[in-house]
Design a protein around this ligand. Sequence first.
Ligand code: 5GP
Ligand code: MG
Ligand code: MG
Length: 191
Amino acid sequence: ADGLVESVPDEFQDQVARVLLSEERIGARVKELGAQIGEAYRDQPLVILGVLTGSYMFVADLTRAIPLSKLEVYFIKASSYEGTGSSGQVKLSGLDHVDLTGRHVLIVEDIVDTGLTLQKLKQAVRELDCKSVAACTLLHKNTSRRLEGTPPVEFVAFEIADEFVVGYGLDYNQSLRHLPFVGIFRTKSAS
Ligand code: 5GP
Ligand code: MG
Ligand code: MG
């Protein structure tokens, strides 16, 4: 099914250039990753820290695929992006409402681009005396913008090329998050 080129639904043709990851492909990979996370933590209680807003769909699907009996899910907010360019700053909120002392924490992100958001997050979580901190991302961008010294990502669903993507939680100015697939954003050409 991998050679299949899926087409963008008519109503999104003017905003999405092409489908990068189909709903089916995402579903299969998320199940695989969920099982892998279950293996990694075995019978230990796990705290999932979803990063809003981009990870909401991924967290919903991923947590249902993690075969652990003790799992808690929290969401925090991180914002750094304006339009299709990074602002170079990260605002975190919501961490103060979660007690992570002595817990195994898995941060779940939508996409790692420069790595700055994840770096700030891992730092902030580590300061809360948890037992371990790891990161999981739906998308890991192969980009020259990756900042030096940014932390490794332990669980990656897909490595992607350096293009601006939307869908499955990822937005363009708050819209297009609800696409069930990941697509390449259609950049409007000035004419
Ligand atoms: P960072 O540069 O800190 O690794 O990524 C920060 C945030 O930028 C991501 O969590 C995501 O919200 C946004 N971002 C980075 N690349 C893309 C992209 O290709 N598409 C969308 N929609 N957001 C992106
Ligand atoms: Mg994000
Ligand atoms: Mg965004």
